[in-house]
Design a protein around this ligand. Structure first.
Ligand SMILES: NC(=O)c1ccc[n+]([C@@H]2O[C@H](COP(=O)([O-])OP(=O)(O)OC[C@H]3O[C@@H](n4cnc5c(N)ncnc54)[C@H](OP(=O)(O)O)[C@@H]3O)[C@@H](O)[C@H]2O)c1
Length: 291
């Protein structure tokens, strides 16, 4: 379900610490993405040692007009051991109602915005109490602080548990899916998204950059080179087009900090793979033929 009209491609902000952009440069980058049709940005409380949302907020403060044009996703539920959170003794998950509300409110403060378009529970928590989570969702939604709720890295049964208590359809499941990690095609995750019209968001759609290092003499490398030259596109464009071809309507979450690469990946939306090309890539990625 995409009633929020998120752009099909999302920009992930996880690697903001590597980008070395000043707030003004980051504002330029956000604006350039908007101009290329990417209006949705994916953050989390924990990224860059709990600094990502503050850094993103500094860019928005430089150019406040961006706030009206962007859609924001953030996440909560992972607790890291870091000097930024001296009270954490051990890495753990926290999906208590109090933590969800406090974390979302902190995300808004850090970014200097009034509402998140989407809040995701970052990972399934073995201690998750679905009633308590649904209460927290209701509290945040009634206060106008979060529009819609979703999950990340949830298996179908975990999503079903939370869905059984939350009265609205969960809006997204953000999972790892790419030519280098195809598990969610077969473990029911993408089937559930299609069945319930939940938006699948694909993190690390280029395998975190590893796709670009695929050697041309490997099974996947050979197909990427051959199809790339047949269609006149790059390996990265093929990898994005392969995700976009899936009927669950996957939204890739891109991680690059470089505008020329964003342009290239935006152009991948024009690449159409036929069924056999799609399977050639899948078989090469899996290293086996279909049974
Ligand atoms: N929900 C979760 O658990 C979870 C987990 C991980 C990530 N995420 C989200 O997913 C987003 C994307 O993850 P990701 O950064 O791993 O995605 P990705 O797009 O697979 O990888 C991006 C990385 O690949 C590098 N790269 C190398 N060659 C590239 C090329 N030709 N085109 C594009 N990138 C190239 C980029 O470097 P340059 O910057 O130098 O281009 C960047 O370091 C994150 O920002 C985060 O929002 C979510």
């Amino acid at each position: 379900m995409n009633d929020l009209n998120f752009s099909r491609l999302i920009l992930g902000i996880w690697r903001i610490g590597d980008w070395q952009k000043t707030p003004a440069e980051l504002a330029d980058y956000i604006e350039a993405c908007l101009d290329l049709g990417i209006d949705t940005f994916d953050l989390a409380d924990i990224y860059t040692g709990y600094q990502c949302e503050r850094l993103f907020g500094e860019a928005l403060a430089v150019r406040p007009s961006l706030k009206q044009r962007i859609k924001l996703i953030s996440k909560c539920g992972i607790a890291l051991v870091t000097p930024a959170r001296p009270q954490h003794r051990v890495k753990h998950y926290n999906t208590s109602g109090a933590h969800i509300v406090a974390s979302a409110e902190n995300s808004l403060r850090e970014m200097g915005v009034e509402q998140l378009d989407m809040l995701l529970i970052h990972r399934p928590d073995p201690l998750m109490d679905a009633d308590e989570m649904a209460d927290a969702f209701g509290q945040l939604q009634r206060a106008g602080k979060v529009k819609r709720f979703g999950v990340s890295n949830f298996l179908p049964h975990q999503l079903a548990l939370l869905q059984s208590r939350w009265h609205e359809p969960l809006a997204a499941n953000q999972v790892e899916v790419s030519l280098l990690h195809a598990d969610t095609l077969f473990d029911g995750t993408l089937d559930q998204c299609q069945q319930l019209r939940i938006m699948p968001q694909a993190w690390s759609p280029l395998g975190g950059g590893r796709l670009s290092d695929t050697a041309p003499d490997t099974p996947l490398g050979k197909v990427l080179v051959r199809l790339g030259s047949e269609l006149g596109v790059t390996a990265e464009q093929l990898a994005i087009a392969w995700l976009l071809r899936h009927p669950a309507h996957i939204h890739p979450v891109l991680g690059t900090g470089k505008l020329d690469r964003i342009r290239e990946l935006v152009a991948a939306q024009q690449v159409s793979l036929d069924r056999q090309q799609w399977f050639e890539l899948l078989e090469a990625a899996l290293g086996r033929t279909m049974p």
